[in-house]
Ligand binder design. Structure first.
Ligand SMILES: [Zn+2]
Length: 81
């Protein structure tokens, strides 16, 4: 995993749950696979589509991604606006 100063990425509900991705994942080529922070592979198509509200509600937050982000951030400030 590269540490290029990229901070917290984005959360996105996909079929396997709600994973966190690096910011760069959004710019990946459609049709490719992108890795979530936990290592889960997700189709970029799925990542880039706008998830509906139910996906957010139903999706289980991936605790692996959560832990990675929490460890990376080092603080409890989870502001992402
Ligand atoms: Zn994950």
């Amino acid at each position: 995993m590269r540490s290029d100063g990229t901070k917290v990425g984005l959360w996105q509900p996909v079929s396997s749950g709600r994973h966190a991705f690096g910011v760069a994942a959004r710019q990946s080529e459609p049709g490719c696979a992108t890795e979530a922070l936990c290592g889960a592979e997700v189709d970029t198509d799925e990542l880039q589509q706008v998830a509906d509200e139910l996906a957010w509600i139903r999706g289980n937050t991936c605790m692996e991604c959560w832990k990675i982000l929490a460890a990376r951030d080092g603080t409890t400030s989870a502001k992402s606006s």
